[in-house]
Design a protein around this ligand. Sequence first.
Ligand code: ADP
Ligand code: MG
Length: 238
Amino acid sequence: MANVTITDVVKNYGSLEVLHGVSASVADGEFVVLVGPSGCGKSTLLRMIAGLESISDGEIEIGDRVVNDLEPKERDIAMVFQSYALYPHMTVRANMAFSLKLARRSKEEIDQMVNRAAEILDLSALLDRYPRQLSGGQRQRVAMGRAIVRNPAVFLFDEPLSNLDAKLRVQMRGEIKALHQRLGATMIYVTHDQMEAMTMGDRIVVMRAGVIEQMGTPLEIYDTPANSFVASFIGSPS
Ligand code: ADP
Ligand code: MG
């Protein structure tokens, strides 16, 4: 079970409060998109789920554990960043193996996990290349490979496609959704792009300025926006 439950979560940076007590829950195996304008707190919330930012108040549960005080590596999550977050001096294989080496897995285990991820992502022929020798889409698939090798229960994506051109972005949306189907993992995906949210989310969380304005299926949000902000942000008639 890897449902994610966020209860009254607050984030302060010094005297500045950037999340004002947000609550949401994501079911096991669900694909949920966090969407909202730049600066509304999407990355902060995702990083708190990942354990990369402390939680000022409230509670985050992953599975049946409160994770507030757990290190990132104890949380059964993996985060996918933009494609440029690859190590440039390492091959594709080494990039994907890196976290497994840190976790002191055996060489056999590492090879097996990297090969499986490479097969899922159609990277098997590219394992000896360096990031500079890859296309943008291939780099993004390696970034996903680094997450998959760890077989996490929850994947966290922070605007993973924002470096890619429009055509590739559309293609990669499809690949990420296919990956979700194949792995059945829980996925939380951050974007500021309404189209991306509406086409990818099983459910969507619409945020503005540190609060959640609405959570629902794309259809619910389009048909019955909670307020005029949601209506105009999503582009539905209000
Ligand atoms: P988003 O991902 O939705 O664009 P962020 O979560 O990055 O938004 O940021 C939310 C707010 O928190 C912004 O006002 C941002 O300036 C502020 N913020 C983010 N990180 C820090 C930090 N390390 N110190 C101070 N303020 C921060
Ligand atoms: Mg962000």
